[in-house]
Design a binder for this molecule. Sequence first.
Ligand code: PMP
Length: 410
Amino acid sequence: MTAAAVDWARVRADFPALDQKVRGKPLVYLDSAATSQKPRVVIDAVRHYYERDNANIHRGVHWLSEQATKAYEDVRKKVARFINAADPRECVFVRGATEGINLIAQTWGRTRIGAGDEILVSTLEHHSNLVPWQMLAAEKGARVRPIPMNDAGELDLDAYAAMLSGKTRLVCVNHVSNALGTVNPVARMAEMAHGAGATILVDGAQAVPHMPVDVRAIGADFYVFSGHKMCAPTGIGVAWAPLATWESLPPWQGGGDMIASVSFEKTTYAPAPARFEAGTPNIEGVVGLGAAIDYLTALGMPAVAAREAELLKVFEAAVRGVPGTRLVGTAREKAGVVSFVMEGVHPHDIGTITDREGVALRTGHHCAEPVMRRLGLAATARASVAFYNTPQEAAALAAALGAVREIFRT
Ligand code: PMP
């Protein structure tokens, strides 16, 4: 379906949380990069799971356990189709992008990174794709080096090329920046990393919810994302890698479900993905993720991306139209994020005042302090859009920002 063929007003009505007033004003939710709202089908799927299918998975022979196990494993297949993985077993369920990256650091990283090795991390990274590597580097005597970016928020590929060397073990980059909305050329960066013999991890937390993602076309070695930013519940996400990679790695957490056999003399581990899913997992989260994938698939990710591209233009124009504002992050390729500052007004004040008008913005460093430092800012205000937002909400944002201006003019 194209964006024009979708009835977006009806789509919006699928999201109960959007249909409410806050502080007496209609809610204008512009914080989907932090977490998306959830359509009724996802909420219903979780409720149905608890009302009908609740049981622990993998271990039971009884009917309910079989139902729950089937539901859980069926979603793995849906995830694989959604990101074009070659095999569902390549998709490991984790708590979210953060846990996925930590899993990779603790398994791949601990066995493959040594003293003197280099980990190249883009300046645009969320702390979750920097701090685990700093922790690992400190343990191993490795070095984390930032891939620089320009003033628009685009990574400097020439500098990146020059940094790649025989010492480079790993490159870490997000597919889309949560702070600025930059869409990074991850396929090209993967090719360059591989040319230097390095591994590349792509953080897709802000990409999978907003555009078609094909992990094989990107060619990364690892790809992670979070369910809660793509209409699914919190506490569920996916770490993807080719099956051969997972099979070559040791487990990280020990416990039930991740073993083949256990004795005091010798314990052996289950194959992937179970090896990396110790303990009772977030079954309701997986069920909700499956419903979210069905929902997004029915809309069509190309239509979602096209709708959000239109909205991005409208929201950027709305912010630009308010005197004294400046967009932060003007990359040629952007998705869903309008970061901005207003002369003489602290971003936190912007967020507090717009909230009184019912407009939910995020303010601060967006868990990306190096981005802010590079741009000489302490913080920005950020409006992030999803397909369920409307052009009218851009007008509401502009009006709320106008109110901020009024207050600070006096
Ligand atoms: N990476 C990016 C680009 C993000 O935007 C976020 C969440 N803001 C994360 C990683 C971390 O995701 P989570 O908190 O769901 O683990």
